[in-house]
Every structure is written in C-alpha cells, then in structure tokens.
Design a protein around this ligand. Sequence first.
Ligand code: GLU
Length: 484
Amino acid sequence: MSFKDNKDYSEIRVRFAPSPTGFLHVGGLRTALFNYLFAKKNNGKFILRIEDTDRKRYVPGAIKNLISTMKTLGLHYDEGPDVGGNYRPYIQSERTELYRKFAQKLIDSGNAYYCFCTEERLIKIRDEQRKKKLNPIYDGKCRDLSKEEVEEKLSQNIPFVIRLKFPKEGKTIFYDKIREKVEVENSLVDDQVLIKSDGFPTYHLANVVDDHLMKITHIIRGEEWLSSVPKHIFLYKSFGWEVPKFVHLPLLLNPDRSKLSKRQGDIAVENYLEKGYLPEALINFIALLGWHAPDDKEIYSLKELEHAFSLKRINKASAVFDIEKLNWMNGWYLRNLDINYIVEQAKPFFEKSGIDISDNRKYLKVIQNARARVFRLSEITEHSKMFYENLEFTDEDKALINEENSQKIYSYFIKNLKITDRWSNEDINSFVKKAIGELGIKGKNFYFPVRLALFGKCHGPDLPIIFGILGRDEAIRRLQKLII
Ligand code: GLU
C-alpha cells in the first residue's frame, strides 16, 4: 500500500469527528480546518460527525457550542447533524444498533470475541503488568473460550464486553501521508474493547464503521490517533473493506515544548473569540500550525487557503502555539479588515462595558483610532472609554491643570474654538499651530495640558484625532470644566 494523494477518487470525502466532551479546542479546530481545506481544494465533501458514544465523558451543550463555533469561523460542512446528507444520522449515539450488528459480524467471522472478565480482574492484571514495566494490555483469558462456554455464560446473563481478536504475531505496516511508513509489532497491540458492557460501542468500532459507511477517503486527524491505526486496519480488513488514507497531523506544543493539552483550559476556541480574536486571524494562525504556505507568505484569508492548501506542505515536526504570533496577526487583521466590519465586531465589547455608542459618527472615529493601537478587540474599550466617560484626575494631574500656562491655553481654546466652524484634521492642525504661535507655549508645555484636559492623559493620540473624536462642543465642555 502506498500513498496516492487524491488522483483515484471519484470524490474526496473527509470528516471532522469530534467527541462532545467540552469546548472545541485549538487542536480540534486545526483538524477541522485541515479537513475543510483539503475538501475544498479537491472539490470534495467535508462532513461533521459527532462521536458521542462515550457517555461518561459527554458534556451537554457541547454539540451546540461546537456547531456554532464552526459556523462563526466559516467552516461550513456539506453533511452533518444539522444539515443532513445521504449518510445520516451524523450523531453516533443515534446509530448504536448499527454498531452492534457489525460487532456480531466480527464475532461470527472469528475476529472478535466475548470477554467476561470482571473490572477487578482487569485492574489486577494491569497493575501487575505495570509493576513489571510491561505494556498494560488484556492478557487474552477469554480469547479462546469455546462456543459452549460462551453460550453458557451468556445464558447466565454474566456481563460482557466484545473485544477485537487482534493477531498476536507479525507486524502491521502502513503508510501515513506525514509519518510515511509506520511499523508496529502486533504483540504490542491490545485486544481492543469494541462493545462495552453498557452496549455502547467504543470509539474504535464506531469510527471505522462510520468512516466506511460514510465513504470517507482520507482520515485527517491528530497524531495522538496514530497508535490506533493497526486496530483500525485490522477492523477494515476483517470486514473486507478498503482502508482509507491516513494523515496524522503533527502535535501542537506550548512554547516551552510541553504538549498543548486540552486540560489547560485556556485553549478553547470560544475563549479566544471572547477575548477578542477575530475569526479571520484565528483561521490564519491555526492554518500555519504544522502547515506552511508555498511562498512562506503569512497572511491568508480562508478563501486563499482553500486554493493554497496541500497535504504535501504539512510538516512532520510538532508545531508551537505561539500566542505572540497570534496577537501580531490579530492586530494585523484589526488594522486591515474593512472598518465597518471591525465596527460591528467591536460592538459587543462596548455593550459589555456599558458604554453608550449610539453616536455613530463618534463611534466610527473611536474605532479608527483604537484599532491601530490594540492586538485584541477586547482592548479597544480601554483605548476608547475616555472619549465617553467623565475624566478623572490625580492630584498630580490637577496641579498641571491649574498651572497658569495650562489655564491660558484652555481659555484660548475655548474662545477660539467657539468661533471656528471648520473642523477637518488640517483645520485642527493649523488651529493648534496658530495657538502655539500666539501663546508662545510649545512642546510638552503645550501638548501635555491639552491632552490631559481632553483625553485624561498627557500621552496619547495626536490632537487632531482627539479633537476629531470629541467634536467641538464636547471639547469645549471638557475644557470649560477645568477653568478655575
Ligand atoms: N472522536 C475522535 C476525537 O475526539 C476522532 C478521532 C478521529 O478523527 O478518528 O478526536
């Protein structure tokens, strides 16, 4: 078996098959994105299948959340729980009858067996194996029970699981698009449980059955699943099915090279959206985790990625999740996407802070100013609230405000702004120049008190920006309040 990319398929079909055990995390998003891109690039189909057969780890609400996050990010699928398709249902807990039927086929063909071992026994053998530093795998006690023995135990209603009768000798050799040739000693592979005592299938059985029935051609998923491939291949072969192509994506690491784990909490995609990362930036950043563009270009829209993506440029080496790079990229998108889009995206953050942004003219200018200064949408309010709220001054500020020079400047502004009816950036610039000339106060002696009075801090945006946002009336009002 060798790896042929996509030439022989009448239709490329890939799937993202998350287990709804919590929020979609960045590793899951990377898997979803690469599947999506591969399908788009090859005019194939991208399928969402929910793998929820592990009832103990099931988290209510997780499916809804996952679907809405995928939609926010623009990862639309062709088939899935809420969009339907020829191979529905796309939620495994609605397909359980099917898995039992296939498990029975494996029993009948001698490729699976009933196991009646108790939990206590299994724990005991695992402990012993661990003590001897052996791989903890099932010892095969029930592997060769006779038909009669099995029937007797079944008639006594002894609880059972169904296990894969994985060969004990030889090697499994397979090809992975990224890992290339992989060889595994069969003796190291467990007799995987396929049907649990609660009647539900394990991931392994349900996954293989569905990938076959849903005509999946390429399995693109995280590297942590590589060790399951021998079991899966054995299942495909036992059923007499064609084995799909495997593509195991490199691990994601923290900058200190520790594994980016699900448990770190902070890696839920939803958290990133809440923190003010734009979908465009997240997609772009995640695309470059383990994949590189042909020209090493860094800024890619989803549409561009759909054209540029290729499995050939997925790296073998693990990819480091570098938050600094994400910040940089998000800042780039904040500055470069259409201003009206950023205006909309920023609104929920203002609403959360209770800032009244009903003056559209002012709000647009506020965003124009702030987006040049932040990495995340959530920081925008911090750079904008001074244009809306009453300013608060420290004692040190007050001392500067009360200085004779400051008072002179304020009075000059109030008087002359009142008679100015022109208000473009150039007008403000020439107004300021004239003030400096007429008052004979310059440099920080001029700018600090003005900025402090209007913006609340000595340092900040250029005066035309501040004046432009506040407008003449509000600027005069702020200055008037400070006259002693
Ligand atoms: N349900 C598995 C997961 O949660 C899917 C693994 C696969 O893609 O085969 O990641």
